[in-house]
Design a protein around this ligand. Sequence first.
Ligand code: EPZ
Length: 441
Amino acid sequence: MAEARPFHWEYQEPPIQREAFRVEGGLPLSGAVSVSGSKNASLKLLAAATLTGERCRFTNVPEIADVQVMVDVLRDLGVVVDHPAPNTYEVAAGDVDWLFVPLEAAAKMRASFILLGPLLARFGRVIISNPGGDRIGRRPVDLHVNAMKRLGARIDYRNGYYFAESPGRLRGAEVAFPGVTVMGTENAMLAATLADGHTTIRPAAREPEVDDLILFLQAMGADVERTAAETIEVEGKRRLRGADHRVIADRIEAGTFIVAAAMTGGEITLRDAPAANLGAFLEVLARVGVEVACEGDGIRVRGAGMNGGYVATDIETAPYPGLATDLQPPMAVLLSRAAGRSRIHEAIFEDRLEWLNDLREMGARVRIEDDHHAIIEGPTPLHGAELKMSDLRAGASLILAALAAHGHSLIHGAHQVRRGYENIERKFQDLGARITHVSEG
Ligand code: EPZ
């Protein structure tokens, strides 16, 4: 195994291809749209494939920038990643050249940190950058690091990098988190699958993407099970085998298209939609008065116009099965159209409300009370504006607002949504939206 590269080289963020979306709003969206595979499941599944040297095949992987970042990181490690067809990836981590996850990967995508557990468990060492990722809040990884130490790893932190190693196999242990952490749960679970002995993870995140990962690990021969709502138990094995897996549908993308119909007053049918994973979101929509019908893997939404009689309501984000924090921004757009005062309590991240200042630019009556609370008064008609996306989910929500607004909008920073929404402008165009991509050189 080659020695890790020296760390003195300076990381230069490559110039982001500046791009924008031009939107002409006020048109009802109608038609059918297929929901793509889940970004947050795909990234962990690709990382989990490094737990074996055998080939793993994933289908229904969304063609998005974050998947490309993960694929590039795996290839940089020396992992073979083939892309035999759209939405299909094959991974074979027979051996790796080195175990170094560089700054640029982590700076682009926090989820690169999910490689800590599997690489440590399989190869016994990894040097991995402290992630930057989304700008929503501080986003520490202390819970991941503590879990690895509980499993017997030694981890030092120097110059922005974690130097992790485990003399011999990791050891099964009781991993107790102070609160629910999705990737913390996933990192601990992945590491535990090859540890020597029994591991219990509590509270284990209940997100559907975690259960999708468990299904894949079981197909690899891992002895892992959700033994209670918030408990995952693992009996470590010496090796796992390759397996095939189809990625579950993306519930956040689905929720985004549901709000698009509700905001523009059109009628949209979602195909391959994970209605079963949208319980809390559908409950809020019912309170607001949005008409939604779920039939199998289809969801039909009939939106109402500006005076559509939506009713204000209070929302609070929570770990699954509560209302997903990633659906809070789209829901905030919808609440601008609801009559009355809605209170938003963003309980998971400490600054996922700042983007509401952009929504105010479009005419919404918004008051940000503190890092976790905001008020929206409605209904207010939205008007087009020139804006800049700050992160992935807020970016998608600005598109929703622009589609419903009267007049034209120009939204800069379009690369943000490419991270997590496959062909987003094409999907909206197919629903009748007037949205075009503008390259800004
Ligand atoms: C996952 O992030 C998702 N990302 C996020 O989606 C999602 O918003 C989040 O879970 C909550 O559902 C991926 O799966 C790639 P957490 P994760 O650990 O795992 C704190 C998107 O747009 N915390 O559940 O990083 C943390 O700051 C993204 O797709 C620590 O303090 O979130 C937060 O307040 C955005 N120390 C809370 O826990 C740690 O070591 C929950 O975060 C880890 C987390």
